[in-house]
Design a protein around this ligand. Structure first.
Ligand SMILES: CC(C)(COP(=O)(O)OP(=O)(O)OC[C@H]1O[C@@H](n2cnc3c(N)ncnc32)[C@H](O)[C@@H]1OP(=O)(O)O)[C@@H](O)C(=O)NCCC(=O)NCCS
Length: 332
């Protein structure tokens, strides 16, 4: 009997480069406070958001995703045809099928890539990095393009006080490839289905079709998700550090999902981060962009020179599902 041929594993992976694209509109708190009987002061104090970036009608999710991906591919210095898989983490691609990733692979010239979307909401980008790491290490793909992209403004209700006022639009991209040293640590991840209904859509598309409900928009049980994020996710972040064999002082940056600045500050406390660790606070200007928020925030730290390539960043995504994922990555 013949022996099966299998892919040859490679020992290590790293992120080669990032790309970013945000909504073209800057929306202030004053512009959205009226319908939720809120104020600029309340939103700043309770969430940290000063503006959110939103995309105008003619700037689509795919426009932002391909812009971010093109930047990452160019900076990585690779040929798009060397990309073995395109993973799009999103909850806002407006077609159930085909996947957004398939269209994205065409737009960026990744003609030899497998392509699929993943639905893990605000944890989606970190899920994507976990998958990219595994695909490259197993030898299934040489390079993987991971994009977290959302046009959340298509799924908001201006009178909703629970989440809509926080949300922005954008896309962040990463190229993952082989490395001569470890650049992505073991991912700590999961999904707490017992809290499936705590963040998500108001209703199904079927109920919308049948005239039983309105267009589905995003809602959350803010305070209970807040507590989960602060207590349970801080534990996951600590576990990810342990899996990486690092301590807080070894980090250059903490890049959490940009859900609420008070949650970010709580991570800093619970992880006992020294002042030397730069903390991403892109939420102030961009808002919460779900799957896009971590790569956008990391891209900003690098673009503004707040962190240097080669340092370690702990990244943690959490949200609807309730899904979560955390890993330490070497900054590209
Ligand atoms: C949504 C969120 C900002 C609400 O903030 P909060 O501090 O928890 O607010 P609460 O719901 O406890 O309400 C506190 C008070 O503010 C009021 N309030 C709630 N939302 C408000 C809003 N958008 N504008 C103005 N006032 C508001 C409430 O009526 C309440 O008033 P009261 O004290 O007179 O009863 C916050 O819960 C949050 O960010 N949750 C975490 C979300 C998260 O991590 N999601 C997962 C990833 S997306």
């Amino acid at each position: 009997m013949k022996t099966l041929l299998q892919t040859q594993p490679v020992p290590f992976t790293r992120i080669y480069a990032l790309g970013a694209a945000r909504g073209d509109l800057t929306v202030t708190n004053d512009e959205i406070a009226g319908p939720i009987d809120s104020s600029d002061e309340w939103i700043r104090q309770r969430t940290g958001v000063v503006t959110r970036k939103r995309a105008s009608k003619d700037r689509s999710l795919m426009d932002m995703a391909s812009e971010a991906a093109d930047e990452a591919i160019k900076k990585a210095g690779i040929d798009p045809e060397e990309i073995g898989a395109v993973i799009l983490a999103t909850i806002t691609f407006p077609f159930q099928t085909p996947s957004g990733a398939s269209l994205l692979s065409e737009l960026v010239g990744a003609k030899k890539a497998a392509a699929y979307d993943i639905s893990a909401a605000c944890a989606g980008y970190c899920y994507g990095i976990a998958q990219a790491d595994a695909l490259v290490r197993s030898g299934v793909a040489k390079y993987v393009l991971v994009v977290g992209g959302e046009k959340l403004s298509d799924f908001i209700e201006p009178t909703d006080r629970s989440i809509s006022f926080l949300l922005g639009d954008g896309a962040g991209a990463a190229i993952v490839g082989p490395s001569d040293h470890p650049g992505i640590s073991k991912t700590v991840w999961g999904a707490d289905g017992s809290n499936w209904d705590k963040v998500g859509m108001t209703n199904s598309l079927i109920d919308f079709r049948d005239g039983k409900a309105t267009w589905p928009t995003l809602v959350q049980e803010g305070p209970s998700v807040f507590r989960w994020a602060v207590w349970e996710m801080a534990k996951v972040a600590k576990q990810a550090l342990e899996e990486a064999g690092l301590e807080a002082k070894d980090l250059s940056a903490l890049v959490t999902h940009q859900a609420n600045i008070r949650i970010i500050d709580e991570f800093v406390k619970q992880l006992e981060l020294p002042d030397s660790v730069v903390v991403a606070r892109d939420i102030i200007e961009t808002g919460n962009t779900s799957a896009a928020s971590i790569p956008l925030a990391m891209h900003r730290l690098l673009a503004e020179g707040q962190v240097k390539s080669g340092g370690y960043a702990l990244e943690i995504g959490f949200g609807a599902g309730l899904a979560f994922a955390a890993q330490v990555v070497e900054l590209p």
